[in-house]
Design a protein around this ligand. Structure first.
Ligand SMILES: [Zn+2]
Length: 153
């Protein structure tokens, strides 16, 4: 009996260690991916990392007037990575809009659903054309969460 309990505890411990190792691996992976992506995106637009206290409870923001992408550092590396892709999607949407319509896209930005779907679409195009390791499922889930946070869904 004691042996079985010890053995089970040993297995649980083994699983926990594996879990932590896998989690750390995923975290390191996204940390590196984030930095690669950041230096790539900074060829187009400035990226600033700021912490929660000065930012409130959101993952990121694209400031159109200042032409800066802000990313909240108080989230997992994976979410920082997805946030940066999403905000860059906003930048690409706006750039596309100005190019097509030759006007400042204030009105466009006013419609939350249209604006967020623009970031979804342009972000996904960027992910595909640069072979970035993000699955469609994760990309969708990330945007469903964003729309829920905005109260649109
Ligand atoms: Zn957004």
């Amino acid at each position: 009996m004691v042996f079985i309990i010890c053995y089970k505890l040993f297995l649980i411990n083994l699983n926990m260690e594996n879990y932590i190792r896998i989690k750390e691996g995923v975290d390191n992976f996204y940390y590196e991916e984030f930095n690669i992506l950041k230096s790539e995106i900074q060829k187009d637009i400035k990226v600033e990392i700021i912490n929660n206290s000065e930012f409130g409870d959101i993952g990121g923001r694209f400031n159109f007037l200042k032409q800066i992408i802000y990313v909240n550092s108080e989230q997992s590396n994976e979410n920082m990575f997805l946030t940066l892709l999403h905000e860059y999607g906003h930048f690409l949407t706006f750039r596309d809009y100005i190019y097509k319509h030759k006007i400042c896209p204030y009105e466009y930005g006013g419609n939350i659903l249209k604006r967020e779907l623009g970031a979804y679409y342009h972000g996904w195009k960027y992910i595909k054309s640069n072979s970035i390791k993000v699955s469609k499922k994760i990309w969708k889930e990330h945007h469903i969460q964003i729309l829920k946070d905005y109260g649109v869904l």
